[in-house]
Design a protein. Structure first.
Length: 190
């Protein structure tokens, strides 16, 4: 399987391609490759990055970095805006991300969104979201039993790691936030 490596230059374009189980597009965005570590591939999204899906779109109001590990979840770490209710960590439960090269030499990372999300607000409150959507889509899409079990197990494991501050939910995401600022600064100086 092809994935970015430590030799891929920071700043390479990444098309982030979330899908639903039936293959329909879900959240789409363009980010920039920041690098690779023991947790997986890190992609940055500067403030103002456009995200869209059928029926919804928004531009983010703060810098954000996302991790695309080999497992069934994809966390996003959002720069604090100082609001207690702000979501600072948002983790999608997904199928394992799959990487491919784009025609222009960039990357595309594609995964299936499995509805369950683990969320932490700036005030420290953490919770699992969209359990009702997960139950509804089990019926609608006919998720196989092993996919349901894996999604539930991954969500529990992520919640525990986030609650306990275990990597990558310690200061790892915030270190990559600094890398985003450095990458953007270099790009502006070029």
């Amino acid at each position: 399987m092809t994935t970015p490596t430590a030799s891929d230059p920071p700043g390479t374009a990444v098309h982030v391609d979330y899908r639903k189980w039936d293959g329909t597009p879900h959240w789409q965005s363009m980010g920039t490759l920041l690098g690779v570590d023991e947790h997986g591939c890190w992609v940055g999204f500067p403030e103002g990055t456009h995200f869209e899906r059928p029926g919804a779109a928004f531009d983010i109001e703060c810098d954000s970095v996302s991790l695309f590990p080999g497992g069934g979840y994809t966390p996003a770490f959002n720069e604090s805006t100082g609001r207690a209710e702000q979501v600072v960590v948002y983790v999608d439960t997904t199928t394992p991300p799959v990487w491919s090269r784009t025609d222009d030499g960039g990357w595309r990372v594609t995964m299936i969104d499995l509805d369950l999300d683990v969320v932490r607000r700036a005030n420290g409150f953490a919770y699992v979201d969209d359990e009702d959507e997960f139950a509804e889509h089990q019926r609608q899409f006919g998720y196989p039993a092993d996919v349901i079990r894996r999604a539930e197990d991954d969500t529990r494991a992520v919640f525990g790691a986030l609650r306990d501050g275990r990597p990558p939910f310690d200061d790892t995401g915030w270190r990559w936030m600094r890398r985003l600022a450095e990458t953007l600064s270099r790009a502006q100086g070029a």
